[in-house]
Design a protein around this ligand. Structure first.
Ligand SMILES: [Zn+2]
Length: 844
């Protein structure tokens, strides 16, 4: 039952009195609204309710903890005012109203912030905590205020009286978007072309210049969205606030977006282009939500994709407009696309649209690979099908029709189909409601061409009969725009080939969510044209080949042979795809084996060709390619222990002093090199201390990656021993630490043992958090031996009944099984191929 069917809130008057020292708060919620039934149901969780008044009179109330509910037998329907007083605790779960800890000049300090999505507003105040129960909010806050502290919220502060901060009334909005942050903050502000105040806020532990990049991007992104959506930004301000403790990446609270520090703050003088791109796209994503999600909200969580898939596409549309030189769609291709293709190839993965009711199931929908990456790819596909103009017109209409209200997927399709002949709702219903994606195999039968679709799985033992309406996006107009049937024949290919002067190609811009398995003859024909084929085509061919090899459709040695065809493409996109292939191979060779040495030889010839080309013909590389390729090359060379990279002198002319000041492009590799190749306990201790003291987010990432790559069991054990101490490793960063130690061959068993031993603690500490299931995801991504596979099953099978965990456990199980199986089948082939294949030498 949705509680909104019993009570329709119109206005919330929220009062909070917070005490950070005692870690609790007093609250009073006054709700005016309409009782739709004689018994009304409201959400509350972990609140100690002391009194309920109905129209000013004390009233009996009941609680139902299983439903997070407070219910009242009113005995009447219609307009009513409810007044609820309560107390509650401030907990360190990074949900609800929670503290963020930091140090300033040796003094321990805290900010208070909120995180209500998806179902934690009910931990802060009594409400109908459902996205379509929109209402207006009046906020008043008192706290143990110190001089220099301030309070920020969705709307501007209108007055302060007797220590209480009062805020202007919000427009109609969902409970999960209400937010406030208080404490000692520094800020930089500006104004957009249309007069909206834009601000970036952080603790004073950061240098003021770390706020500049975000302010510039936020201002320009707001200008962009107002123009693109043809719909004004609906609030007077847009605050971007960095919180020292933050579980997700960022949160689109209306008018007051909260961020993990690493996704908002950066040193403009020493940060890699890759990090700048990531920060910019996160800001654009959250600002896209101010319309998509905040102004118009999904009716229920099952349509979460309306929020997330859209924001994920729009972050690229926006940044491509703001920084065209970054070619940010290439980043989309090299990060989001493989994320979606890999996870969506696992049996049992969820579809983009998923019916949900249980709060834990709702949290599990926030899957970066599905509702974000795959969903964005779906919308990129729609944009390619209908064109940008029709998309913009449709969106304008969609916002006009549903502003301050809610919508469903059907509403969006209705708005978008006004300018197109295509039956979008029908086409998209399969893509949204079915999990997985097809592989289209193409081969010659006599003179004709046979196209055949089937669902693609990484695990070759799984099959399905699912068919998709596939936008073929071919370079041959003779093919239909959509392939809906299992098989399709293209007559007289030989003549068509002659007529078009080029080989047949499907999914030309790699915008549709399928891969192609060309027969060797057709692939050879495509590759022959390689110099003329564009980078994106080469990239998507290589990407498909690696996936097909993982599914054992072709062998890895075959892919290695074919990869030689890409040697003359030194774009960052193809380089990344080749490096992803080399990364996959690392799994097969272990360390201290002949195969490992052979792989290193291959890596060295690969990087030296690329480096020679970079230095001899720099003009043939764009500035962008150079900036993005250099750090990748260094990382790869470190793996192969290339002498110049291993030599620590490289990084420290003339004396090594301040690690943080090393140029960001080489700093990660330099630090890692110290622990991998020049490891000493003194150096380990120094880095770990640096990690605990530094507040520079990207430097901390470099230090973490170095520490977790240590080859010494004792050092990794020491790291693990500190995992439960939030003063050393913040709970928000724990998953990344675990994933990296799991990926370290020396650390895998240690980290897995730690996880098993501390699972209950983990559930208690971050179990209520929407990111919780990703702890299982990272285990699924890394375990790689039959023993650990068996152990994984023994440990997790009893947990299958826990809400929200079953799907993730099964997916991780499939992922580990497929990896273990691939290793078993292909390990010796790969070793043999590496020993006989002088890949680059032979072909260059
Ligand atoms: Zn989002």
């Amino acid at each position: 039952m949705h509680f909104a069917t019993t009570f329709k809130p119109q206005n919330y008057d929220l009062y909070f009195d917070l005490d950070r020292q005692q870690k609790h708060f007093f609250g009073k919620t006054t709700i005016t609204g309409l009782a739709l039934t004689e018994t009304v149901w409201l959400h509350q969780k972990k609140l100690q309710i002391t009194e309920v008044l109905v129209n000013g009179q004390p009233h009996a109330f009941d609680l139902d903890e299983t439903k997070d509910a407070l219910y009242l037998e009113l005995g009447f329907t219609g307009k009513v005012t409810l007044e609820i007083t309560y107390t509650a605790k401030l907990t360190d779960t990074m949900m609800g109203i929670y503290p963020s800890y930091y140090e300033l000049a040796g003094q321990k300090k805290q900010l208070i912030g909120t995180q209500f999505e998806t179902d934690a507003a009910r931990e802060a105040f009594v409400c109908v905590d459902e996205p379509d129960a929109k209402a207006t909010f009046d906020l008043a806050i008192k706290f143990d205020e110190q001089p220099g502290e301030q309070v920020l919220s969705n709307m501007p502060e209108k007055s302060v009286s007797a220590g209480v901060h009062y805020f202007e009334t919000t427009p109609k909005m969902s409970t999960y978007l209400v937010c406030f942050v208080l404490g000692e903050l520094q800020s930089k502000t500006t104004t957009t072309a249309s007069g909206i105040k834009v601000g970036v806020f952080s603790t004073k532990a950061h240098q003021p210049k770390e706020l500049d990049f975000a302010l510039d991007i936020a201002k320009r992104a707001l200008d962009f969205f107002e123009d693109y959506y043809q719909t004004p930004y609906p609030l007077p301000h847009s605050w971007q606030v960095a919180l020292p403790d933050f579980s997700a990446g960022a949160m689109e609270n209306w008018g007051i977006i909260t961020y993990r520090e690493a996704y908002l703050l950066l040193d403009p003088d020493n940060t890699t282009l890759e990090t700048k791109q990531r920060v910019a796209t996160v800001i654009a994503h959250e600002l896209a939500h101010q319309w998509f999600g905040d102004l118009v909200t999904m009716k229920w969580w099952d349509d979460l994709w309306l929020n997330e898939s859209f924001a994920n596409m729009m972050e690229y549309v926006c940044i491509d407009a703001l920084e065209p030189n970054w070619k940010i769609w290439q980043t989309f291709q090299s990060t989001e696309v493989p994320l979606a293709l890999n996870r969506d190839a696992l049996a049992g993965v969820q579809s983009i649209y998923t019916p949900v009711e249980d709060p834990a199931e709702i949290d599990a929908l926030f899957d970066s690979a599905i509702v974000y990456a795959k969903g964005a790819r779906m919308l990129v596909m729609v944009r390619a099908l209908i064109g940008d103009t029709a998309l913009r017109l449709g969106l304008k209409q969609y916002f006009a029709s549903h502003a301050y209200g809610n919508a469903t997927g059907a509403d969006l399709w209705q708005a978008l189909t006004q300018k197109t002949e295509l039956d979008l709702p029908k086409i998209m219903s399969t893509w949204l409601n079915c999990s997985g994606y097809p592989v289209v195999s193409v081969k010659k039968i006599g003179n004709d061409l046979l196209l055949e679709q089937r669902q693609f799985f990484t695990d070759p033992s799984v099959t399905s009969d699912q068919l998709w309406p596939i936008p073929l996006m071919s370079n041959y107009p003779e093919l239909p725009a959509l392939m809906t049937q299992k098989r399709l024949i293209l007559k007289d290919y030989t003549s068509l080939r002659q007529k078009h002067g080029s080989a047949l190609q499907l999914n030309v811009n790699n915008n549709a969510h399928f891969i192609v398995d060309y027969s060797p003859e057709l692939l050879g024909d495509l590759l022959k044209k390689s110099p003329q084929t564009d980078t994106l085509t080469r990239f998507s061919l290589l990407q498909a080949l690696v996936l097909l090899a993982q599914a054992q459709v072709i062998s890895l040695p075959q892919v290695l042979e074919l990869a030689a065809n890409f040697k003359n493409d030194h774009s960052q996109l193809v380089t990344r795809a080749l490096l992803q292939l080399l990364d996959l191979l690392k799994l097969f060779v272990g360390s201290d084996t002949t195969a490992h040495d052979d792989l290193c030889t291959l890596v060295v010839s690969f990087t030296s060709i690329l480096k020679a080309s970079l230095s001899q013909e720099p003009a043939s590389f764009s500035q962008l390619d150079q900036e993005l390729i250099q750090p990748l090359l260094l990382k790869t060379e470190l793996y192969a222990k290339v002498k110049q990279v291993v030599d620590e002198q490289l990084y420290f002319p003339p004396t090594k002093t301040d690690w943080a000041k090393l140029p960001a492009e080489i700093r990660g590799v330099a630090l890692k090199n110290m622990l991998v190749n020049h490891n000493s306990d003194a150096c380990f201790t120094e880095f770990f201390k640096e990690y605990q003291q530094s507040v520079d987010p990207s430097y901390k990432v470099d230090l973490r990656q170095a520490l977790t790559s240590s080859p010494k069991v004792a050092q990794l054990t020491e790291l693990l021993a500190n995992f439960k101490d939030p003063a050393v490793i913040k709970p928000q960063d724990l998953r990344a630490w675990l994933e990296e130690i799991l990926a370290n061959p020396v650390g895998q068993k240690l980290a897995w043992a730690w996880l098993k031993q501390n699972w209950t603690w983990l559930e208690e500490t971050v179990g209520g958090d929407m990111e919780f299931t990703t702890y299982i995801t990272v285990i699924g991504k890394t375990l790689s031996s039959p023993e650990l596979y068996a152990d994984f099953n023994t440990f997790f099978e009893p947990k299958l009944a826990e809400p929200g965990l079953a799907r993730e456990i099964n997916l991780a199980k499939h992922a580990i099984f497929a990896r273990v199986n691939l290793l078993k089948v292909q390990q010796s082939n790969v070793a043999q191929a590496l020993s006989s294949l002088a890949w680059y030498q032979k072909h260059s």
